[in-house]
Write a protein that binds this ligand. Structure first.
Ligand SMILES: [Zn+2]
Length: 455
């Protein structure tokens, strides 16, 4: 292949720029809202459009309808490959072509299904999540053109926003076809439009239902109140016992972890406070960097609690209550192990010997990148070349469930999580947008990365 330098790649991306924007704008107009039905004609049209765009850049892309686990027809997936040299490394490019719904278009300043450029950003549903991912792959392949030195496989999913129900069976039935050395998941984002990031980790998740019972039936609070505490109070004591005085979760067997790849820059407390709308008097719980607390340490949330509504309350001691607890787990801990540690602790620490029973629910594994993988180093070097500044590693407090699944199905592949978003993107919210300068730098990054991986 030709020896492309950074300036060559930048020039090629500039030359292709109008087409990149028109591809992304057309994609927005297709309104591929998977919540309106993954098998709908609008989803088929979106998949066919994306396949056509990929064929323009040499990928033999086609649309295939997946099967749901129950055997019914599933999402329209775009798959394909471009083989340049059987001995060269193979890179699987992932993005998704479905988008979040728009429950109320009046909350938007522009038509959500028309790409609208304002002040260096393109607005529209799916402009970033994940039309931006498709635009990155398209732009990078377009820029490299005949100088592509790696084999490419693509998987553009049609139901990511619906939780990917047929993802695992689809990947497993196409395992040989998707086998690759590196997987680039372009569905996350950068520190900012000017500062690039690899997404270094995702937390896992486990959920349990907890029943706290103190009485066989409710009794009068005037008659029995005192020695007998109500189930809500006992449940509250039980929850409180999971924390130390600093507000760190303190349960033996629930692991904690520091930011993967090292912490280059901590999150800004005032930004976190503003974004979360926390009340002024609140002191943020826990110890250590904010990044560790939000990305890699475990966190527990009571996501449901059965209690009398205040309006209908009367003077009784509640005999029992039920809670649903959601535990975000450190990226590298098996969620089953955290679930067991949590369950054992809750049962062993029942306040005043109340009856505590725990029902285990779903588990989802977290994920951590390998900071020493060659692809990781190549990606960071490409980011620096494209953006002109050092990248800042960024974790995610939430989960992207298919990433650990990809890693499980392809254990030898080096998975890189990149993406089009920046903090102003408003993915999943009204006024979603993508930074155009950020998109351009992301495309240059991916083109440089594919060149480096070829060596
Ligand atoms: Zn997405």
């Amino acid at each position: 292949m030709a020896n492309l330098n950074v300036e060559d790649v930048k020039n090629r991306v500039s030359a292709a720029w109008n087409d990149v924007i028109s591809v992304l704008s057309k994609k927005i107009e297709l309104g591929a809202v998977s919540a309106k039905g993954i098998t709908g004609d609008h989803m088929r049209a979106s998949a066919q459009y994306v396949a056509g765009v990929l064929r323009e850049v040499g990928v033999d892309a086609r649309v295939e309808q997946s099967k749901n686990p129950d055997g019914t027809p599933g999402a329209f997936e775009v798959v394909g490959s471009r083989i340049v040299n059987p001995n060269a490394p193979t890179v699987l490019l992932y993005a998704h072509h479905d988008v979040q719904p728009v429950p109320d278009a009046s909350e938007w300043n522009t038509d959500p299904f028309k790409g609208t450029e304002i002040d260096g950003r393109l607005y529209g549903r799916g402009s970033a999540d994940d039309g931006g991912g498709i635009a990155i792959h398209y732009g990078a392949l377009r820029a490299l053109s005949e100088d592509l030195g790696v084999n490419i496989k693509v998987f553009i999913e049609g139901e990511e926003e619906m939780g990917s129900p047929s993802f695992i069976p689809f990947i497993e039935s196409h395992k040989a076809e998707f086998e690759s050395d590196v997987i680039i998941v372009a569905d996350s984002g950068n520190w900012s439009a000017e500062i690039p990031s690899l997404t270094t980790s995702l937390r896992g998740n486990t959920t349990v239902d907890v029943k706290v019972k103190v009485l066989g039936h409710q009794v009068h609070s005037g008659q029995f109140g005192g020695p007998i505490l109500d189930a809500y109070t006992l449940a509250s004591m039980l929850i409180a016992s999971l924390y130390n005085k600093d507000g760190d979760l303190d349960v033996p067997g629930i692991e904690s972890q520091e930011p993967v790849g090292g912490l280059q820059r901590d999150l800004d407390e005032s930004q976190v406070r503003a974004d979360s709308s926390v009340v002024d008097s609140y002191k943020l719980a826990g110890t250590g960097s904010l990044a560790a607390r939000m990305w890699t340490k475990p966190s527990l949330t009571v996501i449901g609690m059965d209690a009398h509504p205040v309006e209908e309350s009367f003077n009784v001691i509640a005999h029992e209550t039920r809670l649903r607890l959601s535990l975000r787990t450190a990226p590298c801990q098996r969620p089953e192990a955290a679930q067991k540690a949590l369950s054992d602790f809750l049962v062993a620490n029942a306040p005043f010997g109340a009856q505590v029973t725990v029902e285990p629910l779903d588990n989802g594994m977290g994920w951590a990148m390998d900071p020493n993988a060659i692809a990781t180093k190549d990606a960071l070097a490409s980011m620096k070349d494209a953006f002109g500044v050092d990248p800042i590693n960024k974790g995610e407090g939430g989960s992207i469930p298919f990433i650990p699944e990809l890693q499980r199905i392809f254990p030898k592949a080096q998975v890189l999580v990149t993406g089009p978003e920046d903090p102003k993107s408003n993915a999943h919210s009204p006024n979603e947008s993508i930074s155009l300068s950020g998109l351009e730098s992301n495309i240059v990054t991916e083109a440089l990365l594919l060149s480096r991986l070829a060596k």
